[in-house]
Design a protein around this ligand. Structure first.
Ligand SMILES: *Cc1c(COP(=O)(O)O)cnc(C)c1O
Length: 333
């Protein structure tokens, strides 16, 4: 995509503050709630950052709004396009609708019905292309060439990263003595932004990313020290699928700089995390949003007496999928 990339200008904490101001008319601050049951189980103080309460059911409008609001009037008029596992596409549709900008969303046929229907409802045009994220991406750049649309990258973009980082600012506001943040890890825009925001304030704050066991592209890329490609398996955490881009410019470096540790969880553990959130908080979340809780329940992250915030990233899951996932943990006896 970027044939001769100029050196990437680093994203700074000032960019995150600017994002916060820019997106405030469109994206509202989300609640941070205490989770007493798991706190007791693991002898720590665990809080949940509820990104499920955004109108589109995930944190993604933070980055999408920051990017789209930064476009020139001409760029806005021509329109925007994106490729996405669903939540980013939905966020772009939402922001575009808000600002009266045309939007075409390219998705792979793997994404849940709940998401495609929600995108249609936003009034965006949707194109279903191929089996994976890469097919959707190709179509997206074709649209850019043909119609002059601006491609809104799902994670590897400074404005998107800064937008996601506003979660970090809100966490510090509500829990200034926070020790550790746990969040889902896919392309790494979310953890790059949050890690930057937190560590700019105190480098001691620990940042942990969690992915599913199979198809964790960032995790494998970190091990092999270069961006790699993997097959996309079936997973409850469909929002964590997708590559990081072989020509990744920002997040591969930022994740190495700002993430202290990466953890993997099994499909069963993800379902158990979803069941925990339903049973204890009456919250239905998608698999990608449960991975932080899953890692804690599995005792994969042991931080006695620390103040821990888990980012509960989204709730866009088909009800039948959710029901099937949680039933084995809730319907016994
Ligand atoms: C996009 C997304 C993530 C991961 O964000 P990245 O910036 O790609 O790492 C996690 N959870 C949900 C629900 C998402 O939509």
């Amino acid at each position: 995509m970027h044939s001769s990339p100029s050196p990437a200008k680093p994203v700074t904490i000032r960019d995150v503050w600017q994002a916060r101001k820019r997106i405030s008319p469109i994206v509202k601050k989300t609640p941070l709630i205490h989770s007493p049951v798991i706190s007791e189980q693991i002898d720590a103080d665990v809080y949940l950052k509820l990104e499920t309460v955004h109108e589109v059911g995930s944190f993604k409008p933070r980055g999408a709004a920051n990017k789209i609001l930064s476009l020139t009037p001409e760029e806005r008029k021509r329109g925007v396009t994106t490729y996405s596992t669903g939540n980013h596409g939905l966020a772009v549709s939402y922001v575009a609708k808000h600002l009266g900008i045309p939007a075409v969303i390219c998705v792979s046929e793997r994404i849940p019905k709940a998401k495609t229907e929600a995108i249609r409802r936003m009034g965006a045009q949707i194109e279903i292309c191929g089996h994976g994220q890469d097919d959707a991406m190709e179509r997206c750049f074709q649209l850019q060439k043909e119609h002059g649309f601006t491609v809104i990258e799902p994670f590897d973009d400074p404005q998107v990263i800064a937008g996601q980082g506003t979660i970090g600012l809100e966490l510090l506001e509500d829990l200034p003595d926070i020790d550790l943040v746990i969040t889902g890890l896919s392309g790494g825009g979310l953890i790059s932004g949050i890690g930057l925001a937190l560590k700019a304030n105190d480098p001691q704050i620990e940042v942990i990313g969690v992915s599913m066991e199979h198809g964790a592209v960032m995790y494998e890329s970190l091990i092999r020290k270069k961006p790699v490609e993997l097959k996309e398996p079936d997973t409850l955490a469909d929002s964590l699928l997708g590559g990081i881009g072989l020509d990744n410019r920002y997040t591969f470096n930022m994740v190495q700089k700002y993430m202290d540790k990466a953890v993997l969880v099994s499909e069963k553990a993800i379902a158990e995390g979803m069941a925990y959130l339903l049973a204890n908080h009456r919250i239905a979340v998608e698999g990608a949003a449960a991975v932080g809780i899953s890692a804690l329940l599995q005792k994969k992250i042991n931080r006695p007496r620390k103040k821990i915030a888990v980012v509960v990233t989204g709730c866009n899951v088909d009800p039948d999928v959710h029901f099937k996932a949680v039933a084995p943990f809730l319907l016994h006896g």
